[in-house]
Design a protein around this ligand. Structure first.
Ligand code: GUN
Length: 283
């Protein structure tokens, strides 16, 4: 029997509809949620991501402003731009698209974003609050994965979740969010020896290692839930995840496809965080 597909497009759409209603309520009170997207340079992938983010904002009535800066922009100029956005009343969320050009200190830039507008959840204050289980903006991709699990009726408490990958954006926070929901969490990564020994024990596998078709049948226990965070191009330039879908299909109980699984959830949760930030201005 095939594995059940976790449809991120559909779940994301349901959440976006609920968020759109909150936007309507805010707009009726004279407050339009606003997101500033800062793009430095001409990275083609970043340009596509940013265009998609803006399109999604527009679709639900969130105001978005693109601040496009030249590749040669200095760190001072970028920090000055962020200081301005921090002060603006019409901007409730600030997103600096990563990666930044090499001459700019990414950590310094992210730390300069006002935590009350850090809708990516990347700043040290946001990360610290998340680690302590305090209220904060959660990073969009792991937050989206938690929503996928919740909407699919997958219980996390007491389950063994194995994370493959340890990035600041996905792997690390993913483990924290699962731990907060009472999962037992194991972190693995590119230097882990005998990876299948760990992943074979998992009730939930989160593949976030950034290698095409890396997770195969040998890694997966019968009945495990497999969440694929990867977005890669294979040798035929086809979009593939970190999981070899065909190999794992029928072994996993549930699986997220690529595209249409985790991908749509990242922007959904960005919209969610931005609207939440605007709501907090009313309180
Ligand atoms: N670059 C790749 N993914 C992301 C993301 O989620 N947020 C930002 N700001 N940059 C990214």
């Amino acid at each position: 029997m095939s594995s059940a597909i976790i449809n991120g497009k559909e779940i994301g759409q349901q959440i976006r509809e609920a968020v759109a209603q909150r936007v309507e309520a805010l707009t009726a009170k004279g407050l339009t949620p606003g997101l500033a997207v800062v793009l430095v340079g001409d990275n083609p992938a970043s340009k596509t991501y940013v265009a998609n983010k803006q399109k999604s904002c527009e679709a639900i009535g969130v105001f978005s402003e693109l601040i496009k800066l030249d590749e040669a922009t200095t760190q001072e100029a970028l920090l000055a731009e962020i200081a301005t956005l921090n002060e603006r009343d019409d901007i409730h969320g600030i997103l600096v698209q990563l990666p930044l050009p090499k001459h700019i200190d990414e950590d310094a830039v992210i730390a300069a974003i006002d935590p009350s507008k850090d809708v990516d959840g990347f700043s040290p204050i946001s990360v610290g609050r998340m680690m302590l289980g305090q209220e904060t903006f959660l990073p969009c991709t792991p937050f989206g994965v938690m929503k996928l699990l919740e909407h699919s009726g997958i219980e996390v408490a007491g389950k063994h979740a194995v994370i493959v990958g340890r990035s600041h954006i996905v792997g690390k926070p993913m483990g924290q969010l699962l731990l907060q929901k009472d999962a037992t969490v194991t972190y693995t990564h590119s230097k882990t020896k005998d990876l299948p020994c760990y992943t074979k024990q998992a009730d939930i596998i989160i593949a976030a290692v950034g290698r095409p078709n890396f997770i195969t049948a040998e890694h997966v226990k019968e009945g495990a839930v497999v969440i694929d965070v990867g977005i890669n191009r294979d040798e035929h330039n086809k979009l593939v995840g970190d999981v070899d879908f065909a190999s794992v299909d029928g072994i996993a109980s549930h699986i997220t496809p690529v595209p249409g699984g985790v991908g749509p959830m990242t922007i959904t949760m960005l919209l969610y965080n931005t609207v939440q930030s605007a709501e907090q201005k009313l309180n």
